[in-house]
Design a protein around this ligand. Sequence first.
Ligand SMILES: NC(=O)c1ccc[n+]([C@@H]2O[C@H](COP(=O)([O-])OP(=O)(O)OC[C@H]3O[C@@H](n4cnc5c(N)ncnc54)[C@H](OP(=O)(O)O)[C@@H]3O)[C@@H](O)[C@H]2O)c1
Length: 248
Amino acid sequence: MPRNVLILGGTSEAYDLASALVDRPQMRVISSLAGRTGNPRRPAGEVRIGGFGGSQGLTTYLRDNHIDAVVDCTHPFASRMGWNAARGCTAAGVPLLRLERPAWIRQEGDLWDEWDDWSQAVALVSARSRRVLMAVGRHEIEPFASLDHVWFLIRSVEPPDPMPPFAKAEILLARGPFTPESERALLTAHHIDTIVCKNSGGPTDAKLLAARDLGVRVVIKNRPPRPETPKAASVAEALCWLGCQPGD
Ligand SMILES: NC(=O)c1ccc[n+]([C@@H]2O[C@H](COP(=O)([O-])OP(=O)(O)OC[C@H]3O[C@@H](n4cnc5c(N)ncnc54)[C@H](OP(=O)(O)O)[C@@H]3O)[C@@H](O)[C@H]2O)c1
């Protein structure tokens, strides 16, 4: 069993893994956060905040802190850290596990258009959408601002700053989780014909269920490529890779 474990965090899986490891004797657990949000929720145990300075910075950190194992629990769309982790761990000779929630899979009745880059998404929306719920990060809406013939409902936890120059848009400040009922009500009240989102995955998503029920189109971003590393789909699998039992 490794003694010093570094968790690359920013997701609920990272919090759950830190909580599951923190009280184990002979194990030091350090959670790392990027430091993007002002007042982040603190994981259990030791926490460090801020970038490492690329893969070389990570290698130095791993050596200086005698890290024996790294679990990359960063968000499925935070791929830069994943590539840095693979390079940094290889250079330091430290084993790396990728803990990633399974992607959502298209079900019968889903009207999905899948895409890999923003220009594809803009073209898909431009061609067939008139009233769109934007459920992507507030820093990712800018490419859609050129679509003057489309009305956007931009849902975000914090207001976009700066707000891109949309011709027709409304901001809805809201933090999930949402329910299928509230999502159905929202889509109906605003006559939404398209949702733009990313395939973040995890438990069944309320907006996707509501979209399936109402026949709303979903323009959904595929996950970016990731390095080949051992993978776990749950905290229990990650504990197993670390040589721990859930109840130890
Ligand atoms: N992208 C999303 O949709 C999304 C959604 C929810 C949560 N998050 C979380 O927000 C954080 C930043 O996301 P991003 O998309 O900007 O990531 P990214 O593009 O993969 O990473 C950009 C840079 O941020 C630093 N970084 C990222 N995660 C870090 C961590 N856990 N600890 C220390 N440094 C980290 C690294 O800087 P250095 O090169 O200097 O080491 C990395 O090169 C991630 O931790 C992610 O889990 C992202």
